[in-house]
Design a binder for this molecule. Structure first.
Ligand code: GZL
Length: 353
């Protein structure tokens, strides 16, 4: 072999070795997706129902379970290609994601609106593009013609259930006082503080209005403090600590989700006080996560109003109905219970989240 040919072959070998070593250093042939992206980018098969799903965030166990329920039901095996995006609690991220789904001409847009207001423009764009919109978990205000259906909870009913539980609790307490010759307290002020969820969200608005509907029937029920803990542990603790500094005599804490409840309990303990039906203050929570139900069982949480995140199968069924050209309802409510120390043990073993 001529000298020049030898040099050429050697040069080629060096280039190939360099290329392979660079490739291995960069992790080989794996398909790369954007770093830390919650979005999935895969090629969709043409015969799948393509759904763009904008989830509002991942602020709670409830939210994570809600997401998993939808991802499980809208799987490729079930005939769906699901595009998922996590808005990390920012409405502008949801609007951006929805616009992305419109430009990709998905078959359906599904989203849980962070708050009820501010969706008209982007949902009109979806309507003009002929893409049906399905709301899950939370609603939008007004503009009912901008979405096909809502699948989630009757949040006002959840708020009423919390109030009705407190009515029953107060009746039993006053009856016990009368039997024990204690001074009947039914006319004494009942000082209530409310930790609300994300302001303007369906869950916050519904739970507040439903509880208020019951509270307004009792002149001695006084909501002395109300502040948003934004559905998180940290904010829940912060808001509860402020309430404890402002009010010496809190009788009832109504916390609009379990994460805020866990934070509030930390603040109450650090203030040297206790919660639950045998504590310094009654504690009512919402969601019904397993961790919270264990505290209902121990009596530290007096009552937990369930908010059921397992909405995926109902969503898949409704989309299949629409695909078959069938009429669907304007809203579908999932089944929900109220957990107390009397009934919680029966539900704990099979709790899905
Ligand atoms: C309720 C849902 C709420 C949960 C919280 O439908 O919107 O958002 O109660 C979650 O845990 O953050």
């Amino acid at each position: 072999m001529m000298k020049n040919e030898k040099r050429l072959v050697m040069a080629l070998i060096v280039v190939v070795v360099l290329f392979l070593s660079l490739l291995i250093a960069n992790g080989g042939f794996h398909k790369t997706t954007p770093e830390n992206s919650d979005d999935e980018h895969e090629l969709a098969d043409e015969d799948l129902i393509v759904v763009g799903f904008s989830q509002l965030g991942s602020e709670s166990v409830w939210r994570a379970t809600h997401t998993q329920s939808i991802q499980k039901a809208l799987s490729k095996e079930n005939g769906f290609f699901l595009q998922y995006s996590n808005a990390r609690q920012k409405q502008e991220n949801q609007i951006k994601a929805i616009r992305g789904y419109i430009s990709q001409r998905v078959d359906y847009i599904v989203f849980s609106p962070l708050m009820e207001d501010g969706w008209e423009t982007v949902l009109t764009e979806a309507k003009d593009a002929g893409i049906p919109v399905i709301l899950v978990d939370r609603k939008i205000s007004g503009a009912e013609e901008l979405y096909t259906t809502y699948i989630g909870s009757d949040m006002a009913a959840e708020g009423r259930k919390a109030g009705e539980w407190l009515e029953e609790y107060e009746k039993k307490r006053n009856k016990k006082d009368q039997q024990s010759d204690d001074e009947p307290q039914e006319d004494e002020d009942l000082n209530i503080v409310m930790l609300t969820g994300t302001l303007g969200s369906t869950s916050q608005r519904g739970r507040s209005s439903g509880f208020e509907e019951v509270a307004s029937k009792h002149l001695n029920w006084k909501v002395v403090g109300l502040s948003s803990g934004d559905f998180t542990v940290v904010k829940g603790k912060e808001v509860m600590a402020q309430m404890l500094r402002r009010f010496d005599d809190i009788d009832v804490v109504v916390s609009q989700n379990d994460e805020m409840t866990f934070g509030a309990m930390e603040a109450i303990e650090e203030a040297g006080k206790s919660t639950g039906t045998n504590g310094d203050m009654v504690l009512i929570s919402f969601d019904g996560s397993r961790e919270a139900l264990e505290l209902v069982k121990s009596g530290k949480i007096s009552c937990d109003v369930e908010c059921n995140p397992l909405q995926g199968q109902l969503l898949a069924d409704v989309i299949n109905k629409l695909e078959a050209g069938e009429q669907v309802e304007k809203e579908y409510f999932v089944e929900e219970l109220v957990f107390t120390q009397e009934n919680v043990s029966a539900y704990l073993p099979n709790r899905a989240y």
